[in-house]
Design a protein around this ligand. Structure first.
Ligand SMILES: CCCCCCCC/C=C\C/C=C/C(=O)SCCNC(=O)CCNC(=O)[C@H](O)C(C)(C)COP(=O)(O)OP(=O)(O)OC[C@H]1O[C@@H](n2cnc3c(N)ncnc32)[C@H](O)[C@@H]1OP(=O)(O)O
Ligand SMILES: Cc1cc2nc3c(=O)[nH]c(=O)nc-3n(C[C@H](O)[C@H](O)[C@H](O)COP(=O)(O)OP(=O)(O)OC[C@H]3O[C@@H](n4cnc5c(N)ncnc54)[C@H](O)[C@@H]3O)c2cc1C
Length: 664
């Protein structure tokens, strides 16, 4: 039977080259080819099915994690997949698993903090999956405050070993993914003690389980921390708890790139900054920004397709009702999210470049850009994950009642996604790091140190403090220079105001504590400026394909103007724009919505997601929503029997009781 494309009418209206846009989204023709091939490979393999995840018990779900991970590894070997292809495979399998931490944190930590010798010893084992590793930093009592960790690693010069110990309940490692059941090894972040002296937190490779029977090694207590938020969702991951009772490891298992302990027990600090111990977090925060664009685009794809299928009200003379996507309120909620997905994609690409650049510099002992890399990764991780978590929930609401069904894919996506606001650094804690960096930048302005990189705009602070926005008509808001000037003025003025207020306190620390809410807002303004700037820079590149650049430019304007509208309090209070200019933003936004409306299905098709990856009946490519929703309902285990199992025990006696009462 020929399949009907219920969104065919929408697709016939598209004014740009969707295939060319797919390349822009993927990053390159080759990246698109890899993504396309691997996503189809996953979709066609029954072992990777995921439609039953929300009804599996925890044990069954974890079992599917093990099965999928083992099968994925088999396919990686059989098909000789490259590192990039293997990473795409894990992405499209779309089930949080210990493998994510093994490849995403354990290996990068050894690469970043291990000596050459240590890398030679451990990386081949990890690459061949002969050991499984996790990243165990957080403890029951401390997560954000890494310097407050309590686990100790005390050097014993007699045996040339470290003794790992958990001195208190709160020092139990708590949360690490993969620790609970799967990992054989962990990177343990622990206080280093030599000769009675505490040198702060360092990383150690520790074997946890036997490589023969997977039993915990002597002195190790280990398990899973329990069920997490939502059905299915992150419960496929074995986040774990771990305690050490005087566990001994050889000295050469301390990661020694940043600092070393000699055979005699002498502590040596190399000229590498000690913050490199935190390097893995910088790496992962950078990847989380690109991941945000994936999660948000996925929710937006579902909400956009469904909004084009769904009709409510407006029928005249028995004609069709209005597609809900044509309501301006729907557009005003949805299109900025679509624009954000593209914006995060491009800022994610740039951040990847920044990270590669800083890594190359670090290898050449140039540490000058590390503070900026830390501030950018921390700030953008925070900004994009918070907006994505809120955006997924907005997409659920945009789908009305059906969005609340697990078969919409949105509840599970939300539940899986929201911890991104917490892991790899609580979003507020990370923004406070950005604000510290900004305050330092402002304090150096008069000293001749020229701000560079993402803070270069502060170099024109005198101009930015008094400039006026050059908008007379709504169309003026389409000029990139006007948009940039408004965002730069807002960010600079908010930072300078914070710096001025801080100077009123007797100590910097007291001021920071008192003004932290304002400081967070200044950090958000700075991070939004980065996203807008990087999007505008992207548009300055050659982008082939009919109409592609025009659509991207419209989305860039929607992203920037919807932020000005949302944060108009900041822009107005700091005198960056006038009330009249704020109202012109809305006029321009409405016009931009009309411009992208015929193209939105094309803009979400460009994500190139398979129906398997989307995992949503509402977001199906063919838009055949109602028959499939109806069909799906009958698959629920409750519908296995017409009369429910508890009828005789509970319902029938109740009904009979009521009958007797009624007769009385
Ligand atoms: C490709 C695949 C990827 C797969 C990934 C899968 C994802 C799976 C999902 C979840 C996994 C989750 C893992 C985790 O959550 S791991 C645990 C993460 N934990 C955190 O993020 C803790 C957050 N806290 C911190 O990062 C820090 O402690 C801090 C930043 C809050 C530091 O606070 P503070 O005590 O004030 O600072 P310090 O004294 O320690 O440092 C002062 C100095 O150092 C600078 N700095 C801090 N961090 C860094 C850094 N990472 N890089 C560079 N520099 C850093 C800081 O700015 C100060 O600088 P100064 O002002 O100039 O002195
Ligand atoms: C799903 C998931 C997976 C994880 N995986 C891992 C892993 O693999 N390995 C690992 O080591 N860890 C992991 N973690 C732990 C994670 O990194 C921490 O939970 C995270 O860093 C936040 O720390 P916390 O839990 O101590 O929060 P807290 O710091 O206790 O935060 C609680 C509240 O206090 C606020 N707060 C804290 N400090 C400040 C401050 N200075 N100023 C203002 N407000 C503040 C926060 O904003 C927050 O609102 C994971 C966590 C989750 C949820």
């Amino acid at each position: 039977m020929e399949e009907i494309d219920h969104l065919g009418h929408e697709r016939s209206k598209i004014e740009f080259d969707v295939e060319a846009m797919k390349i822009v989204w993927a990053g390159s023709q080759r990246a698109l080819e890899v993504s396309d091939r691997i996503s189809r490979l996953v979709a066609s393999d029954p072992i990777f099915r995921k439609d039953d995840r929300t009804i599996l018990s925890r044990k069954e779900l974890f079992n599917t994690t093990l099965r999928k991970s083992a099968h994925a590894w088999k396919r990686i070997i059989e098909l000789r997949l490259t590192e990039e292809e293997a990473s795409r495979l894990r992405f499209y399998i779309d089930q949080p698993a210990f493998m994510d931490l093994h490849w995403g944190m354990f290996i990068p930590a050894i690469k970043g903090q291990g000596t050459e010798e240590q890398q030679k010893k451990w990386l081949p084992l990890a690459y061949k999956m002969q050991i499984i590793g996790c990243y165990a930093q957080t403890e029951l009592g401390h997560g954000s405050n890494v310097q407050g960790l309590e686990t100790t690693a005390t050097f014993d010069p007699k045996t040339d070993e470290f003794i790992l110990h958990s001195p208190t309940l709160t020092s139990s490692k708590w949360w690490p993914g993969g620790l609970g059941k799967a990992s054989t090894h962990a990177l343990i972040y622990s206080r280093l003690i030599t000769d009675g002296q505490d040198h702060g937190v360092h990383g150690f490779i520790v074997q946890l389980r036997s490589l023969d029977d997977h039993l915990p090694l002597p002195g190790i207590t280990i398990g899973d921390i329990g069920i997490k938020f939502g059905n299915g969702a992150y419960n496929s991951m074995d986040n774990g708890v771990l305690r050490f009772d005087h566990v001994r490891i050889p000295r050469d298992q301390m990661l020694m790139r940043v600092s070393q302990v000699t055979r005699e027990g002498k502590y040596l600090q190399s000229d590498v900054p000690r913050q490199l111990v935190y390097g893995t977090m910088v790496y992962v925060r950078q990847t989380i920004v690109s991941d945000a664009s994936c999660a948000l685009s996925r929710a937006v794809c579902i909400a956009t397709r469904y909004s084009a299928v769904r009709r409510q009200f407006g029928s005249q003379d028995g004609g069709p009702e209005t597609q809900v996507i044509d309501y301006k309120t729907q557009q005003n909620r949805l299109f900025p999210l679509l624009a954000s997905a593209y914006a995060y994609r491009f800022v994610g690409e740039w951040l990847k470049w920044l990270y590669t650049d800083v890594t190359q510099r670090l290898q050449a002992n140039d540490f000058s850009t590390l503070p900026e890399a830390h501030a950018c990764t921390a700030g953008l991780k925070s900004l994009t994950t918070s907006a994505t978590a809120d955006g997924i929930e907005e997409c659920r609401k945009l789908c009305g009642g059906h969005g609340y069904l697990c078969s919409s894919g949105l509840p599970e996506l939300f539940a899986v996604y929201i911890p991104a606001c917490t892991y790899e650094g609580d979003n507020i804690v990370l923004l406070l790091q950005v604000s510290r960096f900004l305050m330092k930048t402002v304090s150096q302005l008069g000293s001749g140190i020229k701000p560079v990189g993402t803070t270069a705009y502060m170099g024109q602070v005198e101009h930015l403090m008094q400039c006026h926005c050059d908008v007379q008509r709504a169309e003026d808001w389409l000029k990139p220079s006007v948009i940039l000037a408004a965002f730069q003025a807002r960010a600079a003025r908010m930072s300078v105001a914070c710096a001025q207020n801080l100077s009123k306190f007797s100590s910097q620390e007291e001021g920071f504590a008192e003004l932290s809410a304002d400081l967070v807002e200044a950090a958000v303004a700075h991070c939004q400026l980065i996203v807008v700037t990087k999007y505008i820079e992207k548009l300055q590149q050659a982008i082939p394909g009919k109409g592609v650049k025009e659509q991207l430019a419209a989305l860039c304007n929607i992203y920037a103007l919807s932020l000005i509208h949302k944060h108009q309090g900041d822009f107005l209070a700091n005198g960056c724009i006038t009330p009249k200019q704020a109202s012109l933003v809305n006029w321009q936004l409405r016009s931009l919505y009309a411009q992208v409306r015929p193209n939105v299905i094309g803009l979400v098709d460009a994500f190139n997601y398979t129906d398997h990856y989307l995992g949503s009946i509402l977001g199906r490519y063919d838009g055949n929503v109602y028959p499939k929703l109806y069909e799906e309902a009958w698959k629920d285990p409750l519908n296995d029997s017409v009369v429910p199992d508890g009828y005789h025990e509970f319902i029938r006696p109740m009904l009979k009781q009521q009958l007797r009462t009624a007769r009385l």
